[in-house]
Design a protein around this ligand. Structure first.
Ligand code: OKP
Ligand code: ZN
Length: 339
């Protein structure tokens, strides 16, 4: 089927110690075993070609992420090198002005208490960006119709200057940016959580259409965005579409939402599409709250394939280690199917 899988060679470097949920310290959901589970499932499925991403120059991130934020990630990881420590915010900005000092920076460059920076975070995040950049390069050069960046941590919650939602560098946005060389681009986000970072980065752009199908943020992370009335701003007005779904939604609710999402993507006449893929709407996912069976991920892949445009797929969420790989394999095999 010819799907190129570009791996983040540094995926295991980022090991979050825990997350803080409603003030409680709980085990992290976003763990290295997620990558291993997906890679094993793709290998068992067969038909996927794996390669490691070459190193990426940090300069590639300049147009996308704030320089102070990038320095914060890099410097924080460097300062933690050799130890098992971590950095998480305790105070978020409540007064105007630049952050002065380390404790202020922690809160200024992060929007939640789920996203620890560790010694390996910078390497892992940059490795994920490298895998995504390579995937986009291959698609832009016409070397493959479908490229999948197999990586963790995820990226779709990362804003220009803030990490959050386990995300540090916005891989989907990086791919979209590169693919703009071909013409208009659409990002379709089917992770169960709203892709707030990608929406934020392209909110005023008519060139990159952002469409997200996700759990209603009234009751699901990221809570502050993902509502249907967020439609873009300025020249980008009309180029953001959110399709929130109630908790417990299954195939019957997803089908019409995905059809509406793809109808909008098609009207954009994209030269390429970026799929921010998550398996966390699966019925077994421990945090998604939705009811999709594994087989529906094949239907999703076929539906995206029917757009008839080249695709870069980024790996976002999916936290049930027993099913995340099968969902990815089903989606990618259907998307990459040659006829
Ligand atoms: C990242 B991605 C669970 C709290 C989890 C953070 C979710 C981040 C999801 N009680 N909160 O979009 O899969
Ligand atoms: Zn998610």
């Amino acid at each position: 089927m010819g799907v190129r899988v570009i791996c983040n060679p540094n995926y295991a470097a980022h090991v979050p110690p825990h997350e803080v949920d409603n003030g409680a310290v709980v085990p992290p959901w976003e763990v290295p075993g997620r990558f291993d589970a997906v890679r094993a499932a793709l290998a068992a499925h067969g038909g996927f070609a794996f390669e490691d991403a070459p190193a990426l120059s940090v300069d590639v991130l300049t147009g996308l992420h704030d320089a102070g934020y990038v320095a914060h990630l890099r410097d924080t990881s460097a300062a933690l090198a050799g130890g098992g420590g971590w950095v998480m915010p305790s105070v978020f900005p409540f007064a105007p002005g630049e952050p002065r000092g380390e404790a202020a920076r922690r809160g200024a460059y992060c929007f939640d208490t789920f996203t620890a920076i560790t010694a390996g975070t910078w390497a892992a995040a940059l490795g994920g960006a490298a895998a995504t950049y390579r995937a986009a390069e291959l698609v832009a050069a016409g070397e493959t119709r479908v490229a999948y960046a197999l990586t963790r941590p995820p990226g779709h919650h990362a804003e220009r200057g803030r990490c959050g939602g386990y995300s540090f560098l916005n891989n989907a946005a990086l791919a979209a940016d590169l693919l703009l060389d071909l013409g208009p681009v659409a990002v379709l986000d089917i992770d169960v959580h709203h892709g707030n970072g990608t929406q934020h980065l392209f909110y005023d752009s008519p060139d990159v259409l952002t469409v997200s199908v996700h759990g209603d943020p009234a009751g699901l992370f990221p809570y502050f965005s993902g509502f249907a009335d967020e439609t873009g701003t300025g020249r980008g007005l009309g180029f953001n579409l959110n399709l929130p779904l109630p908790p417990g939604t299954g195939v019957d609710g997803y089908r019409p939402a995905v059809a509406a999402a793809l109808e909008r993507v098609g009207r954009h006449r994209p030269a390429a599409v970026v799929v921010a893929f998550g398996a966390d709407a699966h019925e077994a996912d421990p945090i998604g709250g939705m009811r999709l069976p594994t087989a529906y991920f094949a239907e999703l892949g076929a539906a995206v394939r029917a757009l008839g445009v080249p695709a870069v797929v980024t790996q976002e969420g999916g936290y049930d280690l027993a099913t995340v790989g099968a969902c990815a394999a089903a989606f990618l095999a259907a998307l990459g199917d040659e006829v």
